[in-house]
Each structure stands twice: as structure tokens, then as C-alpha cells.
Design a protein around this ligand. Structure first.
Ligand code: NCD
Length: 305
């Protein structure tokens, strides 16, 4: 069954049948990767437009396209692009959409992805719109949770750190709203709590959540999703300095615990490197999962499968 959407800008668009199909296709793509790839998207071009810093997301999109035999054209950094000259996102889409078969874009402004998709002549994928949404990260997080825990329904999920500005935790919470009997624990300083758009969604869907300052609450969950304090979103830098070292997870705290530790990366101190050796440290596997999940999305949006 095809996906229920042509453009992916927000996890709120996804239906349960979409996530089921994406998780299943991503698992098939893992097998394709073991063989070094295939030529499913031969002759197709992905335009990869990154107007905000990115390493993983951009490189995994580009890897995904190439592993399926497709090609990539890219633009990086606002200062080198027409946006810097004052071009609107809408005009950029009309032009790039006449070159490429599919577009992915990261942009610093919340809402830019919806504006792009509203005029884009080819499938559009949001790779992060400021503090807004990051739907492909949420899909690879979902794939990772399923792989690591064997299920998604019924899990206790803790999220810690910058819940205010972290787009990954917003997107993932909306996506997890498609599953049953989940419970959330949100761990943050009071300045960085989950925004109303997320807590209102949970209340509307009768999904239970608790809010706390204590990282220890996350150690008794099934999944602990750590995040970086988003320096680039702070108007007042001294506020960032005051909050940035609030949480630091280390191997000693995790001793005897079963909790799966995730992080979208980059980490800047929230997880000590001594955690890396633990079997429950899933964040590098999570980053690796970005490739099969993006392969699945590219192939499905281009209707190649
Ligand atoms: C995240 C992002 O860009 O929102 N990174 C990523 O895509 N892997 C998280 C972050 O930058 O903190």
C-alpha cells in the first residue's frame, strides 16, 4: 500500500499503516545494505539542501540515495545559497523541483518545511525546520526502539534534557502517539520543559506523562532518550551556559539497569563516553539505522516499491 502522503513535513501526518509499512521496508533495506545496495532508484536525483549544520542527517540521506543507485545534488550553508540573496523558500522549491525527483531540506525557520511542501512539484522531506519538526529522525528513532526492545506498545519512555527546543523529542512523541499503552517521563530543568503543543497532544489522546527534574526517573524506564541543550536556539547565551551541564549520564548510574539509552547525536557531554561500551547504549546503532530508514522513505515516496 502506498504512503498516505506525498510530502513529509511532520510526524503528525503519519498514520499507523504508514509507520508499519516504513518499519517493514526499512528492515528489508537492511538486507539490501548487507549486499552493498541495489539500483532501485537508478536515474533518480535527490536534491539535498542543508541551510543549517548537519552531519548525520545529510550524510545518511545521501548514503541512502546512493545505496539505491540514485544520484545526489546538494547545497549547503545559507551564505552560499540564493536564500542569502533573499530568495524565498517557495521559489527555491519551484526551481530545484524542476531539476530533481525528490528534495530534502533543513532550514532554521520553523514552518519553512510546510511552506516548501505547499509548492514543491516533487516529493519533499523535512530534514529539520528550526525548533519545529524532524520527522525522519523520529522514524529512525521508532525503528531503533522496535529493534532494541522488540515492541513499541506498552513501553515506558523517558526523554531528558532540552525538551523545549529539541525538535527530535517533539516529533518522536507525536509519532509514538500512534502506539498503545505508552507512558512518558519528561526530565528537564523548569526552563526547558516540553512545550504545550506536545503536552496538549498527550492530554487529548489520554496518554499519561509525568514531568520531573530528576534524571534518576529515567533509569527505571524501558528507553531513556537523552538530548543536547540546543545552544543555537537561546537568545541569551548566559542562560545556555547555566543550563548546558544539567545532566550527565555515566556508566555507574546505569549499573544493573536494563534501560535502552538513545540520543539523536551530536552529544556534547550529556552521556559520558564510558556508557558507550554498555550493551544498552543504542545511540550509535540508532545513527546507523538512519540509512535503511531513509532508503525506505526515498523508495516509497518515489513509488519505486
Ligand atoms: C538532531 C537535530 O538536528 O535536531 N540531530 C540529528 O539530526 N541527528 C539533534 C541535535 O542537533 O541536537
Amino acid at each position: 500500500m502506498p504512503l498516505s502522503f506525498k510530502h513529509l513535513t511532520s510526524t503528525k501526518q503519519l498514520l499507523r499503516r504508514d509507520t508499519d509499512a516504513i518499519l517493514q521496508t526499512a528492515a528489508e533495506m537492511e538486507k539490501v545494505l548487507l549486499k552493498g545496495g541495489n539500483d532501485l532508484l537508478a536515474g533518480k536525483i535527490l536534491a539535498s539542501l542543508f541551510y543549517e549544520p548537519s552531519t548525520r542527517t545529510r550524510l545518511s540521506f545521501e548514503t541512502a540515495m546512493r545505496r539505491l543507485g540514485g544520484e545526489v545534488i546538494s547545497a549547503e550553508g545559507i551564505q552560499f545559497s540564493s536564500l542569502y540573496k533573499g530568495e524565498t523558500v517557495e521559489d527555491t522549491m519551484k526551481v530545484v523541483g524542476s531539476y530533481a525527483d525528490i528534495i530534502t531540506m533543513r532550514h532554521p525557520e520553523q514552518g519553512s518545511a510546510d511552506r516548501a511542501a505547499s509548492v514543491c512539484p516533487v516529493p519533499f522531506i523535512n530534514a529539520g525546520d528550526g525548533p519545529g519538526q524532524h520527522p525522519t529522525q523520529a522514524l529512525l528513532d521508532l525503528f531503533t526502539i522496535h529493534k532494541e526492545r522488540g515492541t513499541i506498545d506498552g513501553l515506558k519512555i523517558a526523554m531528558a534534557g532540552d525538551l523545549r527546543y529539541g525538535r527530535t523529542v517533539h516529533s518522536l512523541t507525536f509519532l509514538l502517539g500512534l502506539y498503545k499503552n505508552l507512558r512518558f517521563t519528561f526530565i528537564s530543568p523548569k526552563e526547558l520543559t516540553m512545550p504545550d503543543k506536545v503536552t496538549t497532544f498527550l492530554k487529548e489522546h489520554d496518554i499519561p506523562y509525568e514531568e520531573t527534574h530528576a534524571l534518576s526517573a529515567g533509569l527505571v524506564s524501558d528507553v531513556l532518550y537523552m538530548t543536547r541543550v540546543q545552544e543555537e536556539r537561546f537568545a541569551d547565551h548566559s542562560e545556555y551556559e547555566r543550563l548546558k551541564d544539567m545532566y550527565r549520564l555515566d556508566a555507574k548510574m546505569l549499573k544493573g539497569k536494563e534501560v535502552t539509552v538513545m540520543h539523536p547525536l551530536p552529544r556534547v557531554g550529556e552521556i559520558a563516553t564510558d556508557v558507550d561500551a554498555l550493551k544498552t547504549a543504542a545511540y550509535f546503532r540508532q545513527a546507523k539505522n538512519g540509512v535503511p530508514v531513509r532508503m525506505a522513505l526515498l523508495a516509497m515516496l518515489l513509488q519505486a516499491i
